[in-house]
Ligand binder design. Sequence first.
Ligand code: 76R
Length: 268
Amino acid sequence: TVEAPETIEGWYVQHDLFTFQWSQWRTFAPAKRHQLVEEAAAWLKVQTQTEAGDSAAFNVVGHKGDLLLTHFRPSLEALNQVKVSLRQTEFFSYLEPVYGYLSVIELGMYEVIGVVKRQLSAQGLEEGSDAYNAAYQEALQQQKEALQDRLYPEIPAGRYQCFYPMNKRRGETHNWYTLSMDERRSLMRGHGMTGRKYAGRVKQIISGSVGFDDWEWGVSLFADDPLVFKKLVYEMRFDTASSLYGEFGEFFVGIRFEPEQFGDVLSG
Ligand code: 76R
């Protein structure tokens, strides 16, 4: 058994994809359409103004769906509340859920823990001792406080969202979960260096989903230029962390819209 990395967690995350029942929509008179648009917009507005967390809506490109909703919330209960409140609207009668993904914002502590451990040994604390464990927990807690903004963010700005789930490979030859901590740390460092080249052009939210959903992580990228998604993801395919160990699910791309734009989204 090799050592599992420490992670710290923030908001819970739900991505929901719906198709819209266009054939019914086309039969509605303008007044009925207006009423549904108003209802949907009001619902979305309430979600975006939630006290703890955030929500955003995206107009999905291509055949995979029509509407992508992304929600950050403090608990599973709060995510469920979002789900039920949407299902109570009349607007929901014209939505078909086609995909969803549950995860929790996760920060890997590969680098941080390396530093903490060196500090604790330098202080002469013996690994496994009560004093060591207490100091270790305190250091983690401090990190968590220092990283509040990244654990509890608003949904990043950016006109476009690209979402996909991924795993780290567990194959016969290449198995992420049998690599040593140092090997994984070094691969994650290379990964982070590639990522940092895109600073300012893309915001990424990495959310862990082991035990929650069918893949191990959700990757949510936000950018004002959709080509940045392609360039970043492509460049990362050449990083060992992705080339030997990355496995990817379906990709979804959407264009952000505000509650008051619901009417435009539905009229094209
Ligand atoms: O959190 C940090 O910024 C520190 C460095 C870092 C970590 C620990 C980092 C940086 N990532 C980390 C963890 Mn990432 N990331 C992905 C994908 O398509 C692919 O090939 C992979 C999908 C992208 C596009 C991306 C972008 N990252 C992770 C993890 C957890 C792994 C674990 O713990 O074992 C996954 C699954 C993952 C996947 N990453 C960055 C980026 C970008 C753009 C950065 C730089 C962020 C910045 O410094 O601004």
